[in-house]
Design a protein around this ligand. Structure first.
Ligand SMILES: Cc1ncc(C[n+]2csc(CCOP(=O)(O)OP(=O)(O)O)c2C)c(N)n1
Ligand SMILES: [Mg+2]
Length: 363
């Protein structure tokens, strides 16, 4: 019998606003002036906060952290398109998205200073999972949450972020497999920033695109310019619609670049060139979005200056709060290990308090 073709696959790329701020008007989403400006304001806040955290870290006032600079056009349009009931399941480069979901700015400061308090969120249910430093494990959490939402009859989806390197983990493939089988209402967003610490994208995976990894599990996929907030808005809106209609998961590969170091403990000059970084800075998202807003007559230099002052004040307020003495007691972590009391933890807690007392009694 002759061999016959039984399947054929292709991967599409979406860009609405190119690196020079030039718009493809046919693809422009229908966003109001207010919605566009809101997006830009969050992007400026996230960028400013990132820059401030880097300075704090270099001054010895903050622990190590993974900068988000250059990746603002991914989690921000995504979080703005999500509904309150949806689950936001991040890795560790979604600062802007977390702030939009209602996470206080101080949470990142506490967290990256190694303090438990960074994971205590306001009482209101925010549906944000904590930062996932363990690469890949958040994929399973997102698929489970999405499936549980469907099971409970909630009109909610889960949105899960992971890096390009994370797509080489077994967890990624197991999660996608189940999401495909169950048609779970989940959107996977791969922030392909070209690097996994010092490992370049080409050495990380032999796949021509990362988007195509969805095809193996029959999950619709799309490669998007992740430095283009308009394209990201279009892609996430389509994917969330699909999830809500019961049509299952989507995989979005957001192509971007990690403009800064992996974390502040890393030195990228050891493994990549200045020319590469320079070329990437020319494509960064804020530049092109600013130009687009100006071309539309929505923005000017005076508004930019006012926004920068506003952002600076907000950041300084958060830093001030972070550097003020905390109200929490030093035995606070024992209360958060399990949801209910546990004899081993109770014993450890008592020993801890006895030690504190002994030290205080003996000066
Ligand atoms: C399971 C696991 N293996 C290894 C590490 C160490 N590690 C931390 S970040 C990282 C690279 C992640 O690269 P990528 O997924 O591309 O995300 P990016 O840092 O570029 O955002 C590695 C290997 C880890 N945190 N967890
Ligand atoms: Mg990466």
């Amino acid at each position: 019998m002759p061999r016959k073709q039984i399947a054929k696959f292709s991967v599409q790329h979406l860009q609405v606003l190119d690196e020079n701020g030039k718009l493809d008007a046919k693809l422009e989403p229908n966003l109001s002036e207010n919605e566009l400006l809101e997006m830009y304001r969050w992007m400026r806040l996230a960028r400013g906060f990132d820059e401030r955290m880097l300075k704090l870290q270099r001054q010895g006032r903050l622990g190590t952290f993974p900068p988000n600079t250059g990746q603002e056009a991914i989690s921000i349009p995504v979080a703005l398109a999500m509904k309150e009931k949806d689950w936001f399941v991040g890795a560790f480069r979604e600062l802007g998205g977390r702030l939009i979901r209602g996470e206080p700015m101080t949470s990142s400061l506490y967290y990256y200073n190694g303090w438990e308090e960074g994971n205590i969120l306001p009482d209101k249910e925010l549906r944000i999972l904590p930062t996932s430093v363990v690469i890949g494990c958040q994929i399973e959490h997102a698929v489970g949450l999405a499936w549980a939402s469907r099971y409970k009859g909630e009109d909610a989806a889960a949105v899960c972020f992971i890096g390009d390197g994370g797509t080489s983990e077994g967890d990624f493939h197991e999660g996608l497999n189940f999401a495909g089988v169950w048609k779970a209402p989940v959107v996977f967003i791969v922030q392909n920033n070209q690097w996994a610490i010092s490992i370049p994208r080409e050495s990380q995976t032999n796949s021509q695109t990362i988007a195509q990894k969805g095809i193996a599990y029959d999950i619709p996929c799309l490669q998007v310019d992740g430095n283009d907030p308009l394209a990201m808005h279009v892609a996430i809106t389509e994917a969330l619609d699909r999830a809500r209609k019961g049509e299952g998961p989507t995989l979005i590969e957001a192509v971007t670049y990690r403009l800064m170091m992996h974390t502040t403990a890393d030195d990228p000059t050891k493994y990549r060139t200045e020319e590469e970084e320079k070329r990437a800075w020319e494509k960064e998202p804020l530049l092109r979005f600013n130009k687009y807003l100006k071309d539309k007559g929505f923005w000017d230099d005076a508004k930019e200056e006012a926004l920068l002052s506003e952002v600076k004040a907000k950041i300084e307020e958060a830093v001030k709060e972070f550097e003020s003495p905390l109200e929490w007691q030093q035995d606070e972590p024992f209360k958060h290990v399990f949801g209910t009391e546990h004899p081993v933890i109770t014993q450890q807690h008592e020993d801890f308090l006895a030690n504190v007392k002994r030290e205080a009694d003996h000066g």
